[in-house]
Design a protein around this ligand. Structure first.
Ligand SMILES: Cc1ncc(COP(=O)(O)O)c(C=O)c1O
Length: 389
């Protein structure tokens, strides 16, 4: 008999009832060190007192207001994002998938406005993940995600990951946009080289194609800069954000330049819940904390510390691990065993990690994890690896 919850996930037999910073506490009282952070969502840890205060204070005032009215909390969040990034304007969503959908719509509207409605081809890379809506699975194009859901939305072409020659050959006056994650998350913590990001920007400038970045997983301080593309010194035309920006409350956004968004006038897009006061009160607080002096420097320092310890772990277990990759606190352990096996061994050692494609186990701890917790995490991973030897 089918479960009351549609069984689209293979769930571990653990339920959590509480959280404290980098720790998730199960119903049986077991404390798990959480290096998954809800897949890069709990950016400031569980039950962060500042975020709890922002949420409860707003909850006592007003929860929901339609976008038919002014929403000062949404305005504030949008202005902070505009202030800190390339963007001139922001649409607030509830998730990364919704952000991806709007980004795709914005690209189509842009070319339609320019008298080229047939210019719909968006180039993407293998291993991409943009969500599970019909548009987002068409964009990613992987067999696993699209099987049995055809016919797919047209207009996407998937190229080998990071293959600049293939991209150069594919770019033409039919290319509407190039869309990718600066660091692939689900694809296995695969960073796009800075030089390649700059090359893509140059190709987009030459052909007029828009550069669309998905920073749902790698953004909001995760790589040690507010947004990962900053490392390459380029800016996109459109960017999707979600996960960490809400610190655990459902929140996403599309950021865009004025030129890319100019056609998106009243009536072209909307959302009942997108930009609601609760989500935006929390999101604004997350932004304030990540923007505090020294916060990102600490992410870089802790990222380097974790990486250094993981290199030691890899060296100690060559039969389990092949290497470490990623940047900041978005790190991947390339495994010689099935990633799911390591994740499972981690449960036995009371540490949470997340499997990804390309034989990688992801480590995406809260950005404010302590040095001591980093040491403890690697000790637990060491014991977990020992179980697989
Ligand atoms: C890079 C990227 N884009 C989009 C999404 C979809 O976001 P959501 O699950 O919030 O809809 C995800 C989720 O894992 C993601 O990692």
């Amino acid at each position: 008999m089918i479960d009351a919850v549609l069984p689209t996930y293979n769930r571990a037999p653990i339920a959590f009832e509480r959280g404290e910073g980098a720790w998730a506490i199960a119903t049986d009282g077991t404390r798990y060190l959480d290096l998954g952070a809800g897949i890069a969502v709990n950016a400031l840890g569980h039950a962060n007192p500042d975020l709890v205060a922002a949420l409860t204070e707003q909850a006592g005032r007003i929860w929901h207001v339609s976008n038919l009215y002014q929403i000062p909390q949404q305005q504030r969040l949008a202005e902070m994002l505009v202030d800190k990034t390339f963007a001139d304007t922001v649409f607030v969503t509830n998730s990364g998938t919704e952000a991806a959908e709007l980004a795709i719509k914005m690209v189509r509207h842009y070319w339609s406005d320019r008298g080229q409605p047939e210019r719909i081809e968006i180039l993407t890379f293998e291993g991409a993940f943009h969500g599970r809506s019909t548009g987002a699975i068409a964009a990613a194009g992987s067999e696993k995600m699209v099987k049995s859901f055809g016919p797919l939305m047209p207009g996407f072409r998937t190229l080998p990951w990071g293959d600049m020659e293939a991209l150069k050959a594919a770019m033409s006056d039919r290319t509407a946009a190039v869309m990718f994650e600066p660091v692939q998350g689900e694809g296995g913590i695969r960073p796009m080289a800075d030089a390649d990001m700059r090359a893509i920007r140059a190709m987009c400038d030459q052909t007029g194609a828009l550069m669309v970045l998905d920073e749902v997983q790698c953004g909001m301080g995760r790589t040690g800069r507010l947004f990962a593309h900053e490392w390459a010194g380029v800016t996109p035309d459109i960017m999707m954000v979600a996960k960490g920006i809400g610190g655990g409350f459902p929140l996403g956004a599309v950021l865009a330049t004025e030129a890319a968004a100019a056609g998106m006038v009243a009536g072209t897009h909307g959302s009942t819940y997108g930009g609601n006061p609760l989500a935006c009160a929390v999101g604004s607080r997350v932004m304030e904390i990540i923007a505090e002096d020294g916060f990102l420097a600490e992410v870089n320092r802790k990222g380097a510390l974790l990486r250094q310890k993981l290199e030691g772990l890899v060296a100690a277990h060559p039969e389990v691990f092949e290497g470490v990759r990623g940047s900041g606190l978005m790190l991947g352990l390339k495994c010689r065993v099935a990633p799911a096996e390591l994740v499972k061994a981690g449960y036995a050692e009371h540490i949470l990690t997340v499997p990804a494609a390309d034989d990688v186990v992801r480590l995406l701890p809260p950005l404010n994890i302590t040095d001591e917790e980093i040491g403890e995490a690697v000790a637990r991973l060491d014991r977990a690896a020992g179980r697989l030897a």
